[in-house]
Design a protein around this ligand. Structure first.
Ligand SMILES: [Zn+2]
Length: 286
């Protein structure tokens, strides 16, 4: 059920026996600081959803807010309002079946710095992070949805700096890897990042496929860039551009609850598929 990978579960104390992945001593060292809810004898394949385990937390992130309106549409629509409305619709949809816990980084028109959005998801132990936007382009002809993951290759100086922070194990050394030798922390951090990249790409693939069934898509809709909100090393994260405020048609459609309902229904199908086909199953087979 859970899309959480072996290493993330290990680090965050969900207690799956990870001896197949890492030496037992190292596992013990890495997990010592966090409470373990391991059920003795549980097979790793069954462990992600023990009876006591709460449903996975999906953190939705409506872009912008407060003093930051985001993109402003041709007829005056604010991106921040579209983003919040869509996120609330998706939250209601995801919560309806009871399979997930769903929280929003902001529930009203308030400004929250990008780093704080990531920190909230991390602090709450989110299993997924989905940022929702409808930005603007200089070319008003361009329309359609697209889905971003964090860039792994730097295209400019800012992305390079982002990647450098991303690649540092220091953040982990202070928290989940407390007391672990630096070289071991680096290995663990690398494993976490690798799994997170794979899971982010898998969610992105699913989102593009599902959105493409129901709404117009941007050319090459699976893209990547150095978005700050996607930088959580341990949480699979995507940013969905639901359309462009700079395009008259997209703006008009995104104002309509019925259109947003189509968008979020497609997103829900992708989230369902993500958790149903959890990639950790194949990685745990070793
Ligand atoms: Zn935006």
């Amino acid at each position: 059920m859970s899309g959480w990978s072996v290493t993330r579960r290990l680090l965050l104390g969900h207690g799956v026996s990870a001896g197949f992945l890492l030496p037992a001593g190292l596992v013990r060292a890495a997990t010592t600081p966090v409470p373990v809810t391991h059920k003795p004898g549980a097979h790793p394949r069954q462990a992600p959803q023990s009876p006591a385990a709460p449903p996975p937390l999906v953190m939705l992130d409506p872009g912008h807010g407060g003093k930051d309106p985001g993109a402003i549409g041709i007829s005056g629509t604010y991106e921040k309002h579209v983003a919040l409305a869509a996120a609330q619709q998706l939250q209601a949809l995801l919560q309806h079946a009871g399979q997930y816990r769903v929280e929003l980084t902001r529930r009203r028109d308030v400004f929250i710095p990008l780093e704080e959005r990531v920190a909230r998801a991390q602090g709450r132990g989110a299993a997924l992070f989905v940022s929702m936007h409808a930005d603007a382009l200089a070319d008003h002809q361009v329309r359609g949805a697209s889905v971003y993951t964090l860039a792994t290759t730097a295209s400019d100086a800012q992305s390079a700096a982002l990647a450098q922070r991303e690649n540092s194990a220091d953040r982990f050394a202070g928290s989940a890897f407390h007391g672990v030798p630096p070289e071991v922390a680096r290995i663990l951090a690398s494993l976490v990042r690798q799994e997170t990249r794979l899971d982010s790409a898998r969610l992105q693939h699913g989102l593009v496929g599902e959105l493409d069934r129901d709404i117009p898509m941007l050319q090459n809709p699976a893209r990547h860039a150095g978005f700050v909100v996607l930088k959580a090393a341990e949480i699979p994260s995507v940013l969905v551009e639901m359309g462009f405020m700079s395009n008259r048609q997209d703006e008009a459609e995104l104002r309509r609850p019925e259109h947003r309902a189509r968008v979020v229904l497609a997103m829900k199908r992708a989230v369902d598929a993500y958790f149903a086909t959890a990639g950790h199953a194949t990685r745990m087979a070793g």
